[in-house]
Design a protein around this ligand. Structure first.
Ligand code: ADP
Length: 385
């Protein structure tokens, strides 16, 4: 087997990007968005269709600080998946092990219950070895718990490793470039730069043509499909914030899940992953809430959920919970909701003769790599064009 020529990376506008003069010819596939879904697709294409030359285009850096990937929980678990999706999840886990090695950590995952349910055991028994975790909750409110297999990782690292591996195998990467899809396999590019007064401006524009375009722009993708390609989809988006709970956690602390709230041990404390109740209405702009008249940086639904859990999880009622003063104080990102449902698995969809959509969403930690691979297989099979 011959070693592939590594792809090129254009990180900033100082590096001239001259499409049309490339001796290797134009790109066959343009992937818009280098979050974990776009990066995973680029990697999968190098395996299933090594003859296709791919360009991965990203508005920010890798990973982008505004994308959903960097704030995703990074928890692989079967706990909330129907049995029909377990094979795809196991496949994803294998792949995560190959790509991340020691950066993937096995960790217990406990769902907490008020009533006994199939597979539950006394919470006190399951947390006997984790007194710090037991101290977070009122065991009287959650006397039963079920242990699930889980693995944790950083989704931002996954995006990076996938993209870097793809580049080593020939994929090209264009950073700090906003891409807009158009019908007929056309994409316009704005290469962005920052002025010395910190404004983001367009340095130059380009137009590319390719037989295949994949929108992997996360929560932006359904809107782009509608505005620029005229294709209406049923996909939606939701703004999810991940507040911080400063209560200390050990290296091996279990992930806890209670009434839809996930407490993810991270950086010696906890990141809280709230429930997504429903799609955010069209035109919705997230706003902070109020607690006893004081403004907080948590959106109202999330604040209400946390207040509702304060008796059962007393740690939430302490100053360890960071509420912020404004929305900007609490990390948050728009998340795609495939088919408009918070529980739908990642998906891909053909939009027109040239364009596919690839969406991760809430289950991307457990199923995202599988879905990206499925799209790469479809493209390799010639059914993508
Ligand atoms: P996913 O989990 O689907 O990968 P992300 O939100 O993490 O979702 O990734 C989407 C990526 O697409 C982000 O890194 C974002 O910066 C990028 N992106 C969004 N819109 C554009 C665009 N118009 N052009 C280029 N990149 C974009």
């Amino acid at each position: 087997m011959t070693t592939p020529t590594p792809g090129r990376v254009w990180a900033h506008v100082g590096q001239p990007f001259t499409p049309g003069t490339d001796p290797q010819g134009p790109h066959h596939v343009l992937i818009l968005g280098a979050g974990r879904m776009g990066s995973a697709l680029a990697l999968a294409l190098t395996e299933h269709a090594p003859h296709l030359k791919t360009l991965l285009i990203e508005e920010g850096g890798l990973p982008n600080e505004d994308g959903a990937t960097i704030l995703a929980p990074g928890v692989w678990t079967l706990a909330h998946l129907p049995a029909a999706q377990h094979d795809a999840a196991r496949w994803t886990l294998n792949r995560l092990q190959t790509l991340l090695g020691d950066d993937l950590q096995a960790r217990p995952y406990l769902t907490l219950h008020a009533e006994p349910a199939p597979g539950t055991q006394p919470t006190r028994d399951l947390l006997a070895a984790h007194p710090q975790s037991l101290a977070l909750l009122d065991p009287g409110a959650f006397p039963h718990a079920r242990a699930h297999e889980a693995h944790t990782y950083r989704p931002g690292t996954l995006a990076q490793v996938a993209a870097q591996t793809a580049i080593r195998r020939g994929t090209d990467l264009l950073l700090n470039t906003r891409a807009t899809p158009h019908p007929g396999g056309r994409v316009t590019l704005e290469r962005l730069t920052v002025t010395n007064t910190h404004q983001i401006v367009t340095h130059e524009t380009h137009t590319l043509h390719a037989p295949l375009i994949v929108l992997a722009t996360g929560a932006h993708a359904p809107t782009q499909a509608e505005h620029h390609l005229g294709v209406h989809t049923r996909h939606a988006r939701a703004y999810r914030q991940t507040p911080h709970l400063a209560t200390s956690s050990t290296e091996d602390a279990p992930v806890l899940h209670a009434h839809g709230l996930t407490l993810r041990p991270q950086h010696g404390a906890y990141t809280l992953i709230p429930t997504i109740h429903h799609r955010d209405p069209h035109g919705y702009a997230p706003q902070g809430g109020h607690l006893t008249g004081v403004p907080t940086g948590l959106r109202r639904e999330t604040l209400e959920d946390l207040v509702g859990l304060m008796d059962a999880l007393p740690a939430l009622a302490t100053s360890d919970l960071h509420l912020g003063r404004s929305l900007a104080d609490i990390p948050g990102a728009w998340l795609a909701l495939p088919h408009g449902h918070p529980d739908a698995p990642p998906t891909h969809q053909r939009l027109d003769d040239h364009t596919h959509l690839l969406l991760g969403g809430p289950h991307a930690d457990t199923l995202g790599l599988w879905t990206a691979d499925a799209l790469a297989r479809e493209i390799a099979g010639g059914r993508g064009q």
